[in-house]
Design a protein around this ligand. Sequence first.
Ligand SMILES: C[S@@+](CC[C@H](N)C(=O)[O-])C[C@H]1O[C@@H](n2cnc3c(N)ncnc32)[C@H](O)[C@@H]1O
Length: 190
Amino acid sequence: MTYAFQNARAVQRERLAALAEALDPGTVRQLVSIGVGRGWRCLEVGAGGGSIAAWLSERVGDGGAVVATDLDTTVLRERSRPNLEVRVHDVLEDELPDGSFDLVHLRLLPAWLSEPQRALQRLASALRPGGWMLAEEMDFGSVAPDPRMDAEAAARSRAWRPRTVPSCPGSTASTCTTAGGWPGTWPTPG
Ligand SMILES: C[S@@+](CC[C@H](N)C(=O)[O-])C[C@H]1O[C@@H](n2cnc3c(N)ncnc32)[C@H](O)[C@@H]1O
């Protein structure tokens, strides 16, 4: 599996930082609402620059653990923490432990994959029964920011768009699920 960008390139480092700045507040809101807390075991897939992996590692504390994966861990591996394991890993090819994570999170990854559904199925198998998957992807279909965005998020979206993906409408769609099903999808402004 190949990916169009190389995280080792300076421009990609900048791009990953811009994504984190724009999207982390929305992602963190969702992770908090799921209830991610101390002692959780989390898998952050296609972790990019690792900002969410770092947040998770802080959140779960010494008793928890975070495994952060990416095809290219050049930037990610700079986030060294005792409870954070960084792994070079292709979500479509490489082994994952079965049934062991309380949370699997991925953001802006499915659109890059040749078989996104298969990746999601593989990741669901890595969840413990009752565990959570939060899968976030860009809403490539819209032509305008979601009207439910609050003013602050809409402003952030407008500011961020030209710097990163010019054709992108500026919202992400998140799907939150427990291991039991797919209860909802909603827009998550950055
Ligand atoms: C658009 S970036 C998003 C990074 C991060 N999730 C974020 O939202 O800031 C996509 C990331 O997915 C990684 N990636 C692409 N294909 C992958 C694959 N098959 N398995 C694991 N990671 C992959 C890339 O190396 C890159 O770091």
